[in-house]
Design a protein around this ligand. Sequence first.
Ligand code: NAI
Length: 462
Amino acid sequence: MAQYDVIVIGSGPGGYVCAIRCAQLGLKTACVEGRDTLGGTCLNVGCIPSKALLHASHMLHEAEHNFTKMGLKGKSPSVDWKTMLAYKDDVIGQNTKGIEFLFKKNKVDWLKGWGSIPEAGKVKVGDEVHEAKNIVIATGSEASSLPGVEVDEKVVVTSTGALELGKVPKSMVVIGAGVIGLEMGSVYARLGTEVTVVEYLDQITPGMDGEIAKTFQRTLKKQGLTFVMGAAVQGVEALKTKAKVTYKTKKKDEEVTIDADIVLVATGRKPYTDGLGLKDLGVEVSDRGMVKTDDHWATNVKGVYAIGDCIDGPMLAHKAEDEGMAVAEVMAGKKGHVNYGVIPGVVYTTPEVAAVGKTEEQLKDEGRAYKVGKFSFMGNGRAKAVFQGEGFVKLLADKETDRILGCHILGPSAGDLIHEVCVAMEFGASAQDLALTCHAHPTYSEAVREAALACGDGAIHA
Ligand code: NAI
Protein backbone atom coordinates (compact mmCIF):
# COMPACT_ATOMS: atom_id res chain seq x y z
CA MET A 1 0.00 0.00 0.00
CA ALA A 2 1.49 3.32 -1.14
CA GLN A 3 1.64 6.16 1.37
CA TYR A 4 1.16 9.75 0.20
CA ASP A 5 0.92 13.18 1.77
CA VAL A 6 -1.78 14.13 -0.72
CA ILE A 7 -3.97 12.27 -3.18
CA VAL A 8 -5.92 14.46 -5.58
CA ILE A 9 -8.94 12.83 -7.22
CA GLY A 10 -9.45 14.23 -10.73
CA SER A 11 -6.89 15.67 -13.12
CA GLY A 12 -8.79 18.61 -14.57
CA PRO A 13 -7.38 22.15 -14.25
CA GLY A 14 -8.20 22.14 -10.52
CA GLY A 15 -6.77 18.71 -9.79
CA TYR A 16 -3.61 18.68 -11.89
CA VAL A 17 -2.60 22.19 -10.85
CA CYS A 18 -3.20 21.26 -7.21
CA ALA A 19 -1.09 18.08 -7.58
CA ILE A 20 1.80 19.93 -9.19
CA ARG A 21 1.78 22.69 -6.57
CA CYS A 22 1.64 20.09 -3.75
CA ALA A 23 4.71 18.35 -5.20
CA GLN A 24 6.50 21.68 -5.61
CA LEU A 25 5.84 22.37 -1.94
CA GLY A 26 7.55 19.11 -1.01
CA LEU A 27 4.48 16.91 -0.48
CA LYS A 28 4.51 13.35 -1.81
CA THR A 29 1.59 13.51 -4.22
CA ALA A 30 -0.54 11.31 -6.45
CA CYS A 31 -3.40 12.20 -8.77
CA VAL A 32 -6.19 9.77 -9.63
CA GLU A 33 -7.59 9.88 -13.16
CA GLY A 34 -9.81 7.29 -14.85
CA ARG A 35 -9.73 8.74 -18.37
CA ASP A 36 -7.01 7.54 -20.73
CA THR A 37 -5.54 11.04 -20.74
CA LEU A 38 -5.00 13.72 -18.11
CA GLY A 39 -6.61 17.16 -18.16
CA GLY A 40 -10.26 16.44 -17.35
CA THR A 41 -13.22 17.91 -19.18
CA CYS A 42 -11.41 21.16 -19.97
CA LEU A 43 -8.57 19.64 -21.95
CA ASN A 44 -10.32 16.60 -23.37
CA VAL A 45 -13.87 17.68 -24.18
CA GLY A 46 -14.20 21.33 -23.17
CA CYS A 47 -12.20 24.54 -23.20
CA ILE A 48 -9.27 23.41 -25.33
CA PRO A 49 -10.97 21.46 -28.16
CA SER A 50 -13.68 24.12 -28.46
CA LYS A 51 -11.00 26.76 -28.87
CA ALA A 52 -9.44 24.78 -31.71
CA LEU A 53 -12.79 24.64 -33.53
CA LEU A 54 -13.47 28.31 -32.76
CA HIS A 55 -10.11 29.19 -34.29
CA ALA A 56 -10.58 27.07 -37.41
CA SER A 57 -14.10 28.35 -38.04
CA HIS A 58 -12.96 31.94 -37.43
CA MET A 59 -10.25 31.51 -40.06
CA LEU A 60 -12.91 30.30 -42.52
CA HIS A 61 -15.07 33.30 -41.67
CA GLU A 62 -12.12 35.64 -42.29
CA ALA A 63 -11.40 34.00 -45.64
CA GLU A 64 -15.04 34.23 -46.70
CA HIS A 65 -15.73 37.75 -45.49
CA ASN A 66 -12.54 39.79 -45.22
CA PHE A 67 -9.82 38.37 -47.47
CA THR A 68 -11.00 40.04 -50.68
CA LYS A 69 -11.29 43.36 -48.84
CA MET A 70 -7.55 43.15 -48.18
CA GLY A 71 -6.72 42.23 -51.75
CA LEU A 72 -6.33 38.54 -51.00
CA LYS A 73 -8.04 36.90 -53.94
CA GLY A 74 -8.71 33.30 -54.88
CA LYS A 75 -11.12 30.55 -53.98
CA SER A 76 -12.34 30.52 -50.39
CA PRO A 77 -11.33 27.38 -48.49
CA SER A 78 -13.95 24.67 -48.07
CA VAL A 79 -14.42 22.60 -44.92
CA ASP A 80 -12.74 19.21 -44.64
CA TRP A 81 -14.49 18.22 -41.43
CA LYS A 82 -12.44 15.10 -40.75
CA THR A 83 -9.19 17.06 -40.95
CA MET A 84 -10.62 19.81 -38.77
CA LEU A 85 -11.52 17.24 -36.12
CA ALA A 86 -8.06 15.67 -36.46
CA TYR A 87 -6.48 19.10 -35.90
CA LYS A 88 -8.64 19.51 -32.79
CA ASP A 89 -7.62 16.04 -31.54
CA ASP A 90 -3.98 16.87 -32.15
CA VAL A 91 -4.35 20.02 -30.03
CA ILE A 92 -5.93 17.91 -27.26
CA GLY A 93 -3.10 15.36 -27.50
CA GLN A 94 -0.38 17.99 -27.21
CA ASN A 95 -2.00 19.45 -24.11
CA THR A 96 -2.82 16.21 -22.30
CA LYS A 97 0.68 14.86 -22.96
CA GLY A 98 2.02 18.15 -21.64
CA ILE A 99 0.41 17.45 -18.28
CA GLU A 100 1.80 13.92 -18.26
CA PHE A 101 5.23 15.46 -18.78
CA LEU A 102 4.65 17.95 -15.96
CA PHE A 103 3.59 15.13 -13.63
CA LYS A 104 6.81 13.24 -14.38
CA LYS A 105 8.90 16.38 -14.02
CA ASN A 106 7.35 17.17 -10.62
CA LYS A 107 7.23 13.52 -9.49
CA VAL A 108 3.46 13.35 -9.21
CA ASP A 109 2.24 9.74 -9.51
CA TRP A 110 -0.68 9.17 -11.84
CA LEU A 111 -2.95 6.53 -10.27
CA LYS A 112 -4.88 5.25 -13.28
CA GLY A 113 -8.50 4.38 -12.62
CA TRP A 114 -11.59 5.80 -10.92
CA GLY A 115 -11.09 6.66 -7.28
CA SER A 116 -13.31 6.38 -4.25
CA ILE A 117 -12.80 7.28 -0.60
CA PRO A 118 -13.69 4.26 1.59
CA GLU A 119 -12.62 6.18 4.70
CA ALA A 120 -10.70 9.36 5.57
CA GLY A 121 -7.04 8.85 4.76
CA LYS A 122 -7.70 6.18 2.12
CA VAL A 123 -8.32 6.26 -1.61
CA LYS A 124 -9.30 3.15 -3.51
CA VAL A 125 -8.35 2.94 -7.18
CA GLY A 126 -9.34 -0.32 -8.83
CA ASP A 127 -8.45 -3.03 -6.30
CA GLU A 128 -5.69 -1.05 -4.66
CA VAL A 129 -6.06 1.11 -1.60
CA HIS A 130 -3.62 4.00 -1.16
CA GLU A 131 -3.09 5.96 2.02
CA ALA A 132 -2.89 9.75 2.15
CA LYS A 133 -2.75 12.29 4.94
CA ASN A 134 -4.95 14.56 2.88
CA ILE A 135 -7.36 13.95 0.00
CA VAL A 136 -8.57 16.57 -2.46
CA ILE A 137 -11.80 16.01 -4.39
CA ALA A 138 -11.43 17.71 -7.77
CA THR A 139 -13.91 15.68 -9.79
CA GLY A 140 -15.51 18.60 -11.65
CA SER A 141 -18.91 18.70 -13.26
CA GLU A 142 -21.05 17.15 -15.97
CA ALA A 143 -23.67 18.56 -18.32
CA SER A 144 -27.11 18.74 -16.76
CA SER A 145 -29.99 17.97 -19.06
CA LEU A 146 -33.65 18.91 -18.89
CA PRO A 147 -36.66 16.83 -17.97
CA GLY A 148 -38.06 15.35 -21.17
CA VAL A 149 -34.73 15.54 -22.95
CA GLU A 150 -32.64 12.43 -23.44
CA VAL A 151 -29.09 12.99 -24.57
CA ASP A 152 -27.70 10.32 -26.96
CA GLU A 153 -24.57 12.33 -27.95
CA LYS A 154 -25.44 11.70 -31.60
CA VAL A 155 -28.54 13.71 -32.46
CA VAL A 156 -29.21 15.23 -29.06
CA VAL A 157 -25.80 16.24 -27.77
CA THR A 158 -24.06 18.06 -24.95
CA SER A 159 -20.88 20.02 -25.60
CA THR A 160 -19.01 16.67 -25.61
CA GLY A 161 -20.97 15.31 -28.57
CA ALA A 162 -20.94 18.71 -30.28
CA LEU A 163 -17.14 18.42 -30.56
CA GLU A 164 -17.41 15.06 -32.33
CA LEU A 165 -20.27 15.31 -34.81
CA GLY A 166 -20.11 12.97 -37.81
CA LYS A 167 -20.55 15.89 -40.19
CA VAL A 168 -21.33 19.58 -40.17
CA PRO A 169 -25.11 19.65 -39.68
CA LYS A 170 -27.45 21.66 -41.89
CA SER A 171 -29.42 22.84 -38.89
CA MET A 172 -28.89 22.95 -35.14
CA VAL A 173 -31.06 24.00 -32.24
CA VAL A 174 -29.09 25.16 -29.23
CA ILE A 175 -31.00 25.01 -25.96
CA GLY A 176 -29.61 27.69 -23.64
CA ALA A 177 -27.87 30.95 -24.57
CA GLY A 178 -25.08 30.51 -22.01
CA VAL A 179 -21.38 30.32 -22.72
CA ILE A 180 -21.39 26.79 -24.17
CA GLY A 181 -24.41 27.40 -26.39
CA LEU A 182 -22.98 30.60 -27.85
CA GLU A 183 -19.43 29.32 -28.36
CA MET A 184 -20.51 26.09 -30.05
CA GLY A 185 -23.36 27.86 -31.86
CA SER A 186 -20.79 30.31 -33.27
CA VAL A 187 -18.57 27.49 -34.48
CA TYR A 188 -21.35 25.82 -36.43
CA ALA A 189 -22.90 29.05 -37.72
CA ARG A 190 -19.51 29.94 -39.22
CA LEU A 191 -19.26 26.49 -40.78
CA GLY A 192 -22.60 27.05 -42.53
CA THR A 193 -25.10 25.48 -40.10
CA GLU A 194 -28.42 27.21 -39.57
CA VAL A 195 -28.30 27.80 -35.80
CA THR A 196 -31.34 28.63 -33.67
CA VAL A 197 -30.74 29.39 -30.01
CA VAL A 198 -33.72 28.87 -27.70
CA GLU A 199 -33.31 30.66 -24.37
CA TYR A 200 -35.61 30.73 -21.36
CA LEU A 201 -34.63 34.20 -20.17
CA ASP A 202 -35.01 37.51 -22.03
CA GLN A 203 -31.25 38.10 -21.99
CA ILE A 204 -28.42 35.91 -23.27
CA THR A 205 -25.54 34.88 -21.00
CA PRO A 206 -27.10 35.15 -17.55
CA GLY A 207 -25.12 37.31 -15.15
CA MET A 208 -23.41 39.32 -17.87
CA ASP A 209 -23.60 43.13 -17.80
CA GLY A 210 -26.91 43.93 -19.53
CA GLU A 211 -25.58 46.50 -21.98
CA ILE A 212 -22.78 44.20 -23.10
CA ALA A 213 -25.18 41.25 -23.42
CA LYS A 214 -27.54 43.27 -25.63
CA THR A 215 -24.77 44.37 -28.00
CA PHE A 216 -23.29 40.86 -27.96
CA GLN A 217 -26.61 39.36 -29.01
CA ARG A 218 -26.93 41.91 -31.84
CA THR A 219 -23.44 40.99 -33.02
CA LEU A 220 -24.23 37.26 -32.99
CA LYS A 221 -27.47 37.90 -34.88
CA LYS A 222 -25.47 39.68 -37.57
CA GLN A 223 -23.29 36.58 -37.75
CA GLY A 224 -26.35 34.52 -38.64
CA LEU A 225 -27.51 33.06 -35.31
CA THR A 226 -31.27 33.15 -34.73
CA PHE A 227 -32.54 33.72 -31.18
CA VAL A 228 -35.85 32.65 -29.67
CA MET A 229 -35.92 34.42 -26.31
CA GLY A 230 -38.24 33.93 -23.36
CA ALA A 231 -38.90 30.36 -24.47
CA ALA A 232 -38.81 27.31 -22.21
CA VAL A 233 -37.96 24.04 -23.91
CA GLN A 234 -40.56 21.43 -22.95
CA GLY A 235 -39.05 18.39 -24.59
CA VAL A 236 -36.99 16.97 -27.40
CA GLU A 237 -38.04 14.04 -29.52
CA ALA A 238 -35.07 12.31 -31.09
CA LEU A 239 -35.70 10.64 -34.42
CA LYS A 240 -33.02 8.72 -36.30
CA THR A 241 -31.30 11.59 -38.06
CA LYS A 242 -33.27 14.53 -36.74
CA ALA A 243 -34.88 15.82 -33.59
CA LYS A 244 -37.95 17.86 -32.79
CA VAL A 245 -37.69 20.53 -30.13
CA THR A 246 -40.84 21.79 -28.45
CA TYR A 247 -40.80 25.05 -26.55
CA LYS A 248 -43.35 27.37 -24.99
CA THR A 249 -42.92 31.12 -25.19
CA LYS A 250 -43.66 33.16 -22.10
CA LYS A 251 -45.44 35.88 -24.08
CA LYS A 252 -47.90 33.79 -26.05
CA ASP A 253 -47.99 30.66 -23.91
CA GLU A 254 -48.23 28.54 -27.05
CA GLU A 255 -46.27 25.43 -27.93
CA VAL A 256 -43.99 25.63 -30.93
CA THR A 257 -42.09 22.72 -32.47
CA ILE A 258 -38.97 23.08 -34.59
CA ASP A 259 -36.87 20.46 -36.39
CA ALA A 260 -33.10 20.26 -36.47
CA ASP A 261 -30.40 17.82 -37.54
CA ILE A 262 -28.70 18.30 -34.17
CA VAL A 263 -29.90 19.58 -30.81
CA LEU A 264 -27.26 20.90 -28.44
CA VAL A 265 -28.35 20.90 -24.81
CA ALA A 266 -26.40 23.69 -23.10
CA THR A 267 -28.52 24.40 -20.05
CA GLY A 268 -25.80 24.34 -17.42
CA ARG A 269 -23.60 21.86 -15.60
CA LYS A 270 -23.88 20.06 -12.27
CA PRO A 271 -21.22 18.79 -9.86
CA TYR A 272 -19.86 15.33 -10.63
CA THR A 273 -19.09 13.25 -7.54
CA ASP A 274 -20.52 9.86 -8.59
CA GLY A 275 -18.81 6.79 -7.19
CA LEU A 276 -16.67 8.64 -4.64
CA GLY A 277 -18.65 7.24 -1.72
CA LEU A 278 -19.27 10.68 -0.20
CA LYS A 279 -22.53 9.62 1.46
CA ASP A 280 -20.96 6.73 3.35
CA LEU A 281 -17.99 8.90 4.20
CA GLY A 282 -20.36 11.51 5.65
CA VAL A 283 -19.18 14.42 3.50
CA GLU A 284 -21.81 17.16 3.47
CA VAL A 285 -23.25 17.99 0.08
CA SER A 286 -25.70 20.82 -0.77
CA ASP A 287 -29.18 20.31 -2.29
CA ARG A 288 -27.64 21.01 -5.68
CA GLY A 289 -25.02 18.30 -5.21
CA MET A 290 -22.12 20.63 -4.40
CA VAL A 291 -19.58 19.49 -1.86
CA LYS A 292 -19.71 21.89 1.08
CA THR A 293 -16.39 23.40 2.16
CA ASP A 294 -15.17 26.06 4.56
CA ASP A 295 -13.06 29.08 3.57
CA HIS A 296 -10.02 26.82 3.26
CA TRP A 297 -11.67 24.23 1.00
CA ALA A 298 -11.95 21.72 3.86
CA THR A 299 -15.05 19.53 3.95
CA ASN A 300 -16.62 18.50 7.26
CA VAL A 301 -14.52 15.29 7.19
CA LYS A 302 -11.01 15.90 8.50
CA GLY A 303 -8.32 15.54 5.84
CA VAL A 304 -10.78 15.71 2.94
CA TYR A 305 -10.80 18.89 0.82
CA ALA A 306 -12.72 19.84 -2.32
CA ILE A 307 -12.12 22.38 -5.10
CA GLY A 308 -13.36 23.44 -8.53
CA ASP A 309 -16.69 22.76 -10.25
CA CYS A 310 -17.88 20.33 -7.56
CA ILE A 311 -17.96 23.11 -4.93
CA ASP A 312 -19.75 26.46 -4.87
CA GLY A 313 -18.84 29.34 -7.19
CA PRO A 314 -18.45 29.86 -10.92
CA MET A 315 -17.70 26.70 -12.91
CA LEU A 316 -14.54 28.02 -14.50
CA ALA A 317 -11.23 26.24 -15.10
CA HIS A 318 -9.17 29.16 -13.78
CA LYS A 319 -11.23 29.41 -10.60
CA ALA A 320 -10.51 25.70 -10.03
CA GLU A 321 -6.78 26.24 -10.74
CA ASP A 322 -6.58 29.04 -8.21
CA GLU A 323 -8.34 26.93 -5.62
CA GLY A 324 -6.00 24.04 -6.44
CA MET A 325 -2.93 26.16 -5.75
CA ALA A 326 -4.44 27.71 -2.64
CA VAL A 327 -5.50 24.40 -1.07
CA ALA A 328 -2.01 23.00 -1.77
CA GLU A 329 -0.59 25.90 0.23
CA VAL A 330 -3.05 25.22 3.06
CA MET A 331 -2.14 21.51 3.19
CA ALA A 332 1.56 22.46 3.20
CA GLY A 333 0.95 24.61 6.28
CA LYS A 334 1.03 27.92 4.43
CA LYS A 335 -1.63 30.52 3.73
CA GLY A 336 -3.73 29.84 0.63
CA HIS A 337 -5.99 32.55 -0.71
CA VAL A 338 -8.38 33.11 -3.63
CA ASN A 339 -9.87 36.53 -4.29
CA TYR A 340 -13.34 35.59 -5.54
CA GLY A 341 -14.07 39.25 -6.30
CA VAL A 342 -11.51 39.25 -9.11
CA ILE A 343 -12.21 36.20 -11.23
CA PRO A 344 -12.47 37.03 -14.91
CA GLY A 345 -15.02 35.38 -17.19
CA VAL A 346 -14.50 35.07 -20.93
CA VAL A 347 -16.66 34.00 -23.86
CA TYR A 348 -14.42 32.94 -26.75
CA THR A 349 -16.60 34.03 -29.65
CA THR A 350 -15.51 36.64 -32.17
CA PRO A 351 -15.52 39.27 -30.87
CA GLU A 352 -14.70 37.90 -27.44
CA VAL A 353 -16.51 38.99 -24.31
CA ALA A 354 -14.70 39.38 -21.01
CA ALA A 355 -15.71 40.61 -17.61
CA VAL A 356 -14.37 41.04 -14.11
CA GLY A 357 -15.88 42.48 -10.95
CA LYS A 358 -19.32 43.98 -10.65
CA THR A 359 -21.84 44.55 -13.44
CA GLU A 360 -23.75 47.81 -13.62
CA GLU A 361 -26.90 45.94 -12.54
CA GLN A 362 -25.14 44.63 -9.42
CA LEU A 363 -23.92 48.10 -8.47
CA LYS A 364 -27.43 49.50 -8.90
CA ASP A 365 -28.85 46.71 -6.73
CA GLU A 366 -26.26 47.48 -4.08
CA GLY A 367 -27.21 51.17 -4.25
CA ARG A 368 -23.59 52.05 -4.89
CA ALA A 369 -22.58 55.42 -6.37
CA TYR A 370 -20.49 54.64 -9.45
CA LYS A 371 -19.31 56.17 -12.69
CA VAL A 372 -19.00 54.59 -16.12
CA GLY A 373 -16.21 55.08 -18.64
CA LYS A 374 -16.93 53.66 -22.08
CA PHE A 375 -14.88 53.46 -25.22
CA SER A 376 -15.84 51.96 -28.57
CA PHE A 377 -13.37 49.88 -30.56
CA MET A 378 -14.39 52.03 -33.55
CA GLY A 379 -12.04 54.62 -32.05
CA ASN A 380 -9.17 52.15 -31.85
CA GLY A 381 -6.93 52.23 -34.91
CA ARG A 382 -5.57 48.73 -34.48
CA ALA A 383 -9.05 47.20 -34.20
CA LYS A 384 -10.29 49.00 -37.29
CA ALA A 385 -7.28 47.80 -39.30
CA VAL A 386 -8.35 44.19 -38.73
CA PHE A 387 -12.14 44.54 -39.11
CA GLN A 388 -12.67 44.36 -35.35
CA GLY A 389 -14.21 47.76 -34.66
CA GLU A 390 -17.32 46.22 -33.14
CA GLY A 391 -17.80 46.35 -29.38
CA PHE A 392 -16.62 48.50 -26.52
CA VAL A 393 -14.90 48.63 -23.16
CA LYS A 394 -16.98 49.61 -20.15
CA LEU A 395 -15.13 50.43 -16.96
CA LEU A 396 -17.01 50.93 -13.70
CA ALA A 397 -15.43 52.91 -10.89
CA ASP A 398 -16.53 54.19 -7.49
CA LYS A 399 -17.95 57.70 -7.86
CA GLU A 400 -16.13 59.07 -4.82
CA THR A 401 -12.85 57.17 -4.64
CA ASP A 402 -12.42 56.30 -8.36
CA ARG A 403 -11.52 52.74 -7.33
CA ILE A 404 -12.19 50.26 -10.17
CA LEU A 405 -15.22 48.10 -9.41
CA GLY A 406 -15.63 46.17 -12.64
CA CYS A 407 -14.85 46.00 -16.32
CA HIS A 408 -16.79 44.54 -19.24
CA ILE A 409 -15.35 44.21 -22.71
CA LEU A 410 -16.86 43.14 -26.01
CA GLY A 411 -14.12 43.27 -28.59
CA PRO A 412 -10.93 41.84 -30.07
CA SER A 413 -8.86 39.79 -27.61
CA ALA A 414 -11.15 40.88 -24.78
CA GLY A 415 -10.10 37.73 -22.90
CA ASP A 416 -6.52 38.97 -22.80
CA LEU A 417 -7.30 42.66 -22.31
CA ILE A 418 -9.29 41.99 -19.16
CA HIS A 419 -6.20 40.98 -17.23
CA GLU A 420 -4.70 44.43 -16.88
CA VAL A 421 -7.94 45.37 -15.13
CA CYS A 422 -7.70 42.22 -12.96
CA VAL A 423 -4.19 43.21 -11.86
CA ALA A 424 -5.32 46.79 -11.29
CA MET A 425 -8.22 45.55 -9.14
CA GLU A 426 -5.93 43.25 -7.13
CA PHE A 427 -3.84 46.32 -6.31
CA GLY A 428 -6.93 48.38 -5.46
CA ALA A 429 -6.18 50.75 -8.34
CA SER A 430 -8.28 53.71 -9.41
CA ALA A 431 -9.48 54.34 -12.95
CA GLN A 432 -6.97 57.20 -13.01
CA ASP A 433 -4.13 54.77 -12.27
CA LEU A 434 -5.02 52.93 -15.48
CA ALA A 435 -5.50 56.16 -17.38
CA LEU A 436 -2.05 57.42 -16.34
CA THR A 437 -0.33 54.18 -17.38
CA CYS A 438 1.36 54.45 -20.78
CA HIS A 439 -0.19 51.96 -23.24
CA ALA A 440 1.64 51.04 -26.43
CA HIS A 441 0.23 52.30 -29.71
CA PRO A 442 -1.33 50.78 -31.72
CA THR A 443 -2.80 48.09 -29.45
CA TYR A 444 -6.30 46.98 -28.51
CA SER A 445 -5.40 47.70 -24.90
CA GLU A 446 -5.47 51.43 -25.64
CA ALA A 447 -9.26 51.00 -25.60
CA VAL A 448 -9.04 49.97 -21.93
CA ARG A 449 -7.00 53.07 -21.15
CA GLU A 450 -9.48 55.24 -23.06
CA ALA A 451 -12.35 53.79 -21.01
CA ALA A 452 -10.35 54.69 -17.89
CA LEU A 453 -9.82 58.21 -19.27
CA ALA A 454 -13.57 58.37 -19.88
CA CYS A 455 -14.08 57.83 -16.14
CA GLY A 456 -12.18 61.09 -15.60
CA ASP A 457 -11.78 64.08 -17.91
CA GLY A 458 -12.71 62.19 -21.06
CA ALA A 459 -11.36 59.79 -23.67
CA ILE A 460 -9.18 61.25 -26.40
CA HIS A 461 -10.41 59.33 -29.43
CA ALA A 462 -14.15 59.38 -28.70
P1 NAI B 1 -25.09 28.44 -18.46
O1 NAI B 1 -25.60 28.26 -17.10
O2 NAI B 1 -24.03 29.44 -18.75
O3 NAI B 1 -26.34 28.78 -19.44
C1 NAI B 1 -27.47 27.95 -19.55
C2 NAI B 1 -28.61 28.70 -20.20
O4 NAI B 1 -29.68 27.79 -20.45
C3 NAI B 1 -29.19 29.79 -19.31
O5 NAI B 1 -29.21 31.00 -20.04
C4 NAI B 1 -30.59 29.29 -18.98
O6 NAI B 1 -31.52 30.33 -18.82
C5 NAI B 1 -30.92 28.42 -20.20
N1 NAI B 1 -31.96 27.40 -19.97
C6 NAI B 1 -32.06 26.56 -18.91
N2 NAI B 1 -33.15 25.76 -19.06
C7 NAI B 1 -33.74 26.10 -20.24
C8 NAI B 1 -34.91 25.64 -20.95
N3 NAI B 1 -35.69 24.65 -20.49
N4 NAI B 1 -35.21 26.21 -22.14
C9 NAI B 1 -34.44 27.22 -22.62
N5 NAI B 1 -33.33 27.67 -22.00
C10 NAI B 1 -32.98 27.13 -20.82
O7 NAI B 1 -24.67 26.96 -18.92
P2 NAI B 1 -23.70 26.41 -20.06
O8 NAI B 1 -23.58 27.35 -21.21
O9 NAI B 1 -24.21 25.04 -20.31
O10 NAI B 1 -22.30 26.33 -19.35
C11 NAI B 1 -22.11 25.50 -18.21
C12 NAI B 1 -20.97 25.98 -17.37
O11 NAI B 1 -19.75 25.83 -18.03
C13 NAI B 1 -21.12 27.44 -16.99
O12 NAI B 1 -20.87 27.56 -15.62
C14 NAI B 1 -20.04 28.12 -17.79
O13 NAI B 1 -19.51 29.22 -17.09
C15 NAI B 1 -19.00 27.02 -17.97
N6 NAI B 1 -18.29 27.23 -19.22
C16 NAI B 1 -17.45 28.29 -19.33
C17 NAI B 1 -16.81 28.55 -20.51
C18 NAI B 1 -15.93 29.74 -20.61
O14 NAI B 1 -15.57 30.29 -19.58
N7 NAI B 1 -15.56 30.20 -21.80
C19 NAI B 1 -16.96 27.70 -21.67
C20 NAI B 1 -17.87 26.65 -21.46
C21 NAI B 1 -18.49 26.43 -20.27
